[in-house]
Design a protein around this ligand. Structure first.
Ligand SMILES: Nc1ncnc2c1ncn2[C@@H]1O[C@H](COP(=O)(O)OP(=O)(O)OP(=O)(O)O)[C@@H](O)[C@H]1O
Ligand SMILES: NC(=O)c1ccc[n+]([C@@H]2O[C@H](COP(=O)(O)O)[C@@H](O)[C@H]2O)c1
Length: 171
């Protein structure tokens, strides 16, 4: 059985990793859809699709499940978004999400959707990780070690601090 789990993963954090560990109990293979793949260099979406692929691939290298990271660009039309996802992804049997719009769109397209509890959501939230990156807080403890290494390699902290200080970051 193959599952599909979409997120923006800006960045991939320990809540996402916990969700993948739980999903791995259900499926043999998992597609990770990298949502808003066309967006980067903004406060909400600082990292490119390619950078997020590196974070995810390196964070999941020890997992006993075959994973595929597939970039999915945003569309103006929610009504055809699931078809768009299917056009970019390997076939899948079940979709995983805790995002109400994503759940609704997949259910309307007759997919089975599974949700999970939120893990330590007070801190395991992309917005919190990005705020700590901007403010010089401890963001490393909220992400897999591999993500911290990728952020370092790409100069991610310098970038997010730069776009947060700009008035053209779209946020
Ligand atoms: N701590 C968590 N535990 C379980 N699921 C999570 C957790 N954080 C995010 N998710 C789920 O993972 C999916 C992708 O989330 P997303 O990439 O938007 O992260 P986020 O932490 O919600 O980020 P942001 O604050 O940037 O919106 C969504 O279905 C979201 O509900
Ligand atoms: N019309 C669309 O393009 C559409 C609809 C629903 C979700 N999405 C994307 O799916 C992803 C969902 O991930 P999150 O749960 O991280 O918000 C986001 O990148 C979001 O933009 C896009």
């Amino acid at each position: 059985m193959r599952g599909f789990y979409i997120g923006r993963f800006q960045p991939f954090h320990n809540g996402h990793r916990n969700m993948v560990e739980q999903i791995a109990d259900d499926v043999d293979e998992l597609v990770l859809g990298i949502g808003s793949a066309d967006d980067s260099h903004s406060v909400r979406n600082p990292f490119t699709a390619g950078e997020r692929i590196m974070m995810i691939t390196k964070s999941l290298v020890d997992m006993d499940v075959v994973t595929y990271a597939v970039p999915i660009e945003d569309l103006e039309r929610n009504s055809v978004w699931v078809s768009h996802v299917q056009s970019m992804s390997p076939d899948f049997d079940v979709a995983y999400s805790n995002n109400p719009l994503v759940v609704q769109l997949f259910r309307e397209a007759n997919f089975e959707v599974r949700q999970s509890p939120m893990f330590n959501r007070e801190v395991l939230e992309g917005t919190e990780v990005r705020e700590r990156m901007i403010n010089g807080g401890d963001w490393e403890s909220l992400v897999p070690e591999a993500v911290a290494e990728v952020v370092d390699e790409i100069g991610g902290i310098e970038r997010i601090q730069m776009v947060s200080g700009s008035d053209t970051n779209g946020d």
